[in-house]
Design a binder for this molecule. Structure first.
Ligand SMILES: Cc1ncc(COP(=O)(O)O)c(C=O)c1O
Length: 303
């Protein structure tokens, strides 16, 4: 994939993608010491809008706080910067990546005195899982457990956390599955490598709670709000692995994944393909992000 021609925001300046360079010894590249966000914009009848921008920027700033990184940019400045990147590149459906990192090539692990840089890039983006967004994914429960807050702060969206995601995803794909599902160290269901997970059972939604070693996803929250609005019961609690195998429906949520059905776990089929509830939630989610649901228009930031 080439991103030539794109303009990115780097430390308050808009520069060409090709000109936004870092030395190969950059601290965050060696040690995974960056923090980041994944945000989307969508086309609506009133122009391009970024979905839940305020919540994503708030999480970005919280990730920075957890790691004592001083970004030097406020919530308002970062929100404006995200919008400017989408607008400058004339993007409609895009994936936006704010990233803060130690832009310093001293070899030591300590971050003391190291310079922090922030960039925001945005690229045209469609379905993260391709046609599986409609047809569903075949997943494997990973033998790797999700990291937990006694090891690393899972609330922070930090680069280093994603080596845990990568190894679980590799294992799943090496075994000819399409995505991994990670469990906590106690064996309870946590989440996907970059997605939260939901089960549908007897018409109710069940999802691992905040104490299940998950990144508390913004899409997860959106789906819970949709479900509650439509009168569905939502349970946030510990979810046992067995419950995946006997679920009526299962789906992932995430900014990238949106609402993606899971049709098979460890070779066991889930229902008969993507279920009715999953499809309805996916449709409602799509309507909201495309500005078709007035009750949720407050979540759209027009560029
Ligand atoms: C580990 C992990 N869990 C869950 C999610 C879903 O979060 P969100 O819906 O805020 O994108 C993501 C994506 O950011 C993630 O990386």
């Amino acid at each position: 994939m080439t991103h030539k021609g794109l303009m990115v925001w780097l430390d308050s300046r808009i520069v060409r993608y090709e000109d936004a360079k870092v030395p190969i010894l950059t601290h965050s590249m060696q040690y995974g010491s960056g923090i980041f966000e994944g945000i989307r914009s969508y086309g609506t009848e009133d122009g391009t809008a970024v979905f839940r921008l305020r919540d994503h920027v708030r999480r970005f700033l919280n990730s920075a706080r957890i790691y004592s990184m001083r970004l030097g940019h406020s919530q308002t400045q970062l929100e404006a910067a995200v919008k400017s990147v989408v607008k400058t590149n004339g993007l409609t459906d895009s994936y936006i990546r704010p990233f803060a990192f130690y832009n310093d090539d001293n070899i030591g692990i300590s971050t003391k005195g190291k310079r922090v840089s922030t960039y925001i890039a945005a690229i045209p983006f469609g379905a993260y899982f391709g046609k599986a967004r409609e047809t569903g994914l075949r997943c494997k429960v990973s033998s790797w457990h999700r990291i937990n807050s006694e090891i690393l702060p899972v609330e922070a969206k930090a680069s280093g956390n994603y080596v845990n995601s990568i190894i679980a995803g590799n294992e799943a794909r090496n075994a000819r599955f399409e995505e991994a599902i990670l469990t906590s160290i106690d064996g309870d269901i946590a989440e996907g490598p970059g997605e939260n997970i939901f089960i549908v059972r007897d018409g109710a939604l069940i999802t691992p709670a905040i104490d299940s070693d998950i990144l508390v996803g913004i899409t997860r929250d959106t789906v819970i709000r949709i479900a509650e609005m439509t009168g569905m019961e939502v349970e946030q609690r510990l979810v046992k692995r067995d419950e995946l195998y006997s679920a009526d429906e299962i789906f992932f949520t995430g900014t990238a994944a949106e609402v993606t059905p899971i049709i098979n776990v460890d070779g066991i089929r889930v229902g008969r393909g993507p279920g009715r509830t999953t499809r309805a939630l996916a449709r409602q989610y799509s309507d909201i992000v495309h500005g078709k649901v007035p009750e949720f228009s407050g979540w759209l930031s027009y560029v």
